[in-house]
Design a protein around this ligand. Structure first.
Ligand SMILES: Cc1ncc(C[n+]2csc(CCOP(=O)(O)OP(=O)(O)O)c2C)c(N)n1
Ligand SMILES: [Mg+2]
Length: 341
């Protein structure tokens, strides 16, 4: 499968289509009752984050928030292993023990998804400090939502990044909502790049409709970070659906949703590629069909994959020398036998 080879804009389109297609199947996994746990946060509408991911290179690392599937796909995740993780299966990235919100893979530079709003941000400070001290030329990027713009940990991290001139980038995916709260009801001033600049970072706000513009802006920020000028990007998008799969967004109007979904980065780029003669409809249809087949296969793979054996439950959780927790059943048996004695 070619997925557009090395042609920049076509490749960005393909990545966005793969994210959309993957997320649609995650939704299906949930409806079929095959996902592990009940919380799934889809990144449909936010696919142009692919432009930021494409500005990173091999060896760069990142953390994500709870809505991070698309970011990991864009950084090279295998959709089968990712879908398996979301389904809680043994061949998932974390052997099915992390699930949607706790995927990590050091091999691909994924330092961890984090369900705590803002929780993944300080990790890039440690990573960036290591890269700088070792002179490795790597960059670490924290992806987080607009909700984290109101968290103190972001500003402690920005201050340290600027003070130590770390090779790090803070990337806010501003999808206009933190659960049911619109961003203008949680932030006194919406020019988030100004906040970053106040700490001494380079900062940009970029419209997420156009992935090529996102990529160009991100390339400048990531290059700057690699040269000791930490940066900030606010990617302006719209969360197409509810916060999580159970949320029908009763707090926003149909008109608002319609207007938001009209800013569809996947369709916009498709139209732009065709209009500029970069790809005709048949080529784009071919990419879409290949992607759909790839993601169908990922979904079916995950549904059929085996669950992890119970005895691996504490692997990777406790160190080799640490005592393992006593299983609940034997604790209860101990308590009962003590009570009987
Ligand atoms: C510290 C903390 N507070 C509250 C929550 C509950 N919570 C989970 S997601 C979320 C909204 C996050 O919004 P945003 O950061 O904009 O990300 P989005 O869901 O829009 O991608 C909240 C409040 C949490 N997980 N962590
Ligand atoms: Mg948000």
């Amino acid at each position: 499968m070619s997925f557009g080879d090395n042609q920049g804009p076509l490749r960005l389109y393909t990545t966005m289509r793969r994210i959309r297609s993957f997320e649609e199947r995650v939704g299906e996994l949930f409806v079929r009752g095959e996902s592990a746990g009940s919380m799934l946060h889809l990144s449909i509408g936010e696919e142009s984050v692919a432009g930021v991911c494409a500005a990173m290179t091999e060896g760069d690392t990142f953390t994500t928030h709870h809505r991070g599937h698309g970011i990991f796909i864009a950084r090279g995740a295998d959709p089968k292993r990712m879908m398996s993780e979301i389904a809680g299966k043994a061949d998932g990235y974390c052997h099915g023990k992390g699930g949607s919100m706790h995927i990590a893979d050091m091999g691909l530079g994924h330092l961890g998804a984090n369900a705590i709003v803002g929780g993944g941000i300080p990790h890039i400070i440690g990573a960036g400090l290591a890269y700088r001290n070792r002179g490795e030329g790597r960059v670490s990027v924290a992806f987080f939502g607009d909700g984290a713009m109101q968290q103190g940990i972001l500003y402690e991290s920005m201050n340290m990044a600027a003070l130590w001139k770390l090779p790090v980038v803070f990337c806010c995916i501003n999808n206009q909502y933190g659960m049911g709260t619109r961003v203008d009801r949680s932030a006194g001033r919406l020019a988030f790049d100004e906040r970053a600049r106040a700490f001494g970072l380079d900062g940009v706000v970029v419209d997420g409709l156009d992935v090529e513009a996102v990529n160009a802006a991100a390339a400048g920020i990531v290059d700057g970070a690699r040269n000791g000028r930490p940066g900030f990007i606010s990617l302006e998008v719209f969360r197409f659906f509810g916060h999580a799969r159970m949320d029908k967004s009763p707090y926003r109007s149909e008109e608002e949703e319609k207007a938001g979904r009209a800013k569809d980065p996947v369709l916009f780029t498709r139209g732009s590629l065709a209009a500029r003669g970069i790809a005709d409809a048949a080529t784009l249809d071919g990419i879409d069909a290949d992607v759909a087949a790839e993601m169908d296969a990922a979904l079916e793979h995950a549904v059929k994959a085996a669950p992890p054996a119970l005895d691996i439950m504490f692997d990777d959780v406790y160190g080799p020398g640490e005592p393992r927790p006593t299983p609940v059943r034997s604790r209860i048996a101990d308590i009962l036998s003590e009570a009987r004695a």
